[in-house]
Design a protein around this ligand. Structure first.
Ligand SMILES: NC(=O)c1ccc[n+]([C@@H]2O[C@H](COP(=O)([O-])OP(=O)(O)OC[C@H]3O[C@@H](n4cnc5c(N)ncnc54)[C@H](OP(=O)(O)O)[C@@H]3O)[C@@H](O)[C@H]2O)c1
Length: 330
């Protein structure tokens, strides 16, 4: 594969609003001995991309900084220390654009081999790209943090989005009983994702349905909305229950300490950005199996060309978009 000296990329020279996003030519990055140069086919926009671009989430961003975290693409070249990957192999990554690593919104990206995984045969980039971030988040939260076990009962609040869908799908596949909440129009989607019960937000008997969904209490409580009402929700957990905290950057809820410790409850906060390469690799194995079987799915709203990277960010930032937004660099 002939690699050009320069490539088109979406990048920033300073953190800030979407107007900081430029699209232009940058030198094509050169892989180090244990790196892979990937020709990027498809990327996606995640909420964290907005936080990194705006500066709300502090992380090193060497300028010009290519934005974007996830990619699906094809190996263009591999360093001499890379085993098992060759030009033409289809691959994916979900940990670029953070911690000083350049991002994915470009025709080419350099990825450390330990952060790159094979795309299962027959899986389209359009099926993989939208699930990579949410599914890794769901895996780390459910299994590393909440230590979900088969037969346990999981509450998933706001279950219709990218992370919510993956939490439902992975928890159900692991043999858990999932009780989800969603808009009425998303009940069927959540049921198809594997929820045993889906409670519409506007259900008149919402609280009764919640208690009926877990008569013995919930083992795991996961809310994607960023709203936390511990006074109301902690009593709904079983002794030893775990609350996963992963959204709500500015939330400052009241914490009834006694309700927490006297029943061995715990709060488990995490950010996928801090996941180790072994966390990510463990998630990748499960993600690849879910992609190959078609069990891991997320709805896609729109695909933008790289030239419209700022529009893609603005669309997610507007808060009115439902469904993942993809960006196609080539
Ligand atoms: N801590 C971490 O590591 C981590 C990782 C990833 C994400 N997050 C955070 O988690 C939150 C959720 O992220 P996300 O990627 O799942 O966001 P998302 O896909 O935009 O979903 C957010 C919410 O939007 C609604 N929604 C979005 N797409 C929909 C669709 N196609 N159909 C129906 N409803 C849809 C759902 O809420 P409604 O039912 O109310 O409409 C959903 O809960 C964000 O705050 C994000 O910053 C944290």
């Amino acid at each position: 594969m002939t690699v050009p000296a320069t490539m088109r990329a979406a990048f920033i020279r300073a953190t800030g609003g979407v107007e900081r996003i430029e699209v232009g030519q940058l030198p094509t990055p050169v892989p180090g001995p244990t790196d892979v140069l990937v020709r990027v086919e498809l990327s996606s926009v995640n909420h964290v991309d907005l936080f990194v671009r705006s500066g709300a989430y502090c992380t090193p961003t060497p300028f010009p900084f290519v934005i974007g975290r996830d990619l699906v693409g094809t190996v263009a070249a591999a360093g001499p220390g890379v085993a098992g990957l060759a030009p033409g192999d289809r691959v994916w990554c979900n940990s670029l654009g953070h911690g000083g690593r350049q991002g994915a919104f470009a025709e080419y990206a350099v990825v450390s081999a330990e952060r790159l995984y094979p795309l299962p045969a027959g899986v389209a980039a359009e099926a993989a790209a939208p699930v990579l971030h949410g599914a890794a988040t769901a895996h780390v939260g459910l299994f590393r943090e909440a230590r979900l076990a088969p037969g346990e009962t999981v509450f998933v609040g706001g279950a219709a989005g990218a992370v919510g869908s993956a939490v439902v799908q992975l928890a159900a596949a692991a043999g858990a009983q999932v009780v989800a909440t969603a808009s009425r129009r998303d009940v069927q989607w959540c049921t198809e994702s594997g929820a045993a019960a889906v409670i519409p937000y506007d259900a008149a008997d919402f609280d009764e349905q919640l208690r009926a969904g877990a008569p013995g209490g919930f083992d795991v409580w996961w809310d994607n909305s960023g709203h936390h009402d511990f006074e109301r929700t902690l009593p709904l957990l079983r002794q030893g229950g775990r609350v996963v905290l992963m959204a709500g950057l500015g939330a400052a809820p009241v914490l009834p300490v006694g309700a927490l410790y006297v029943r061995d409850l715990s709060l488990r906060g995490f950010a996928i950005s801090n996941a180790s390469v072994s966390d990510l690799a463990a998630a990748a194995t499960v993600i690849n199996s879910g992609l190959a079987s078609g069990r891991l799915r997320v709805r896609v709203r729109a695909t933008y060309p790289l030239t419209d990277a700022a529009k893609a960010h603005a669309a997610l930032e507007s808060g009115s978009v439902r469904g993942r937004i993809l960006v196609r660099p080539s």
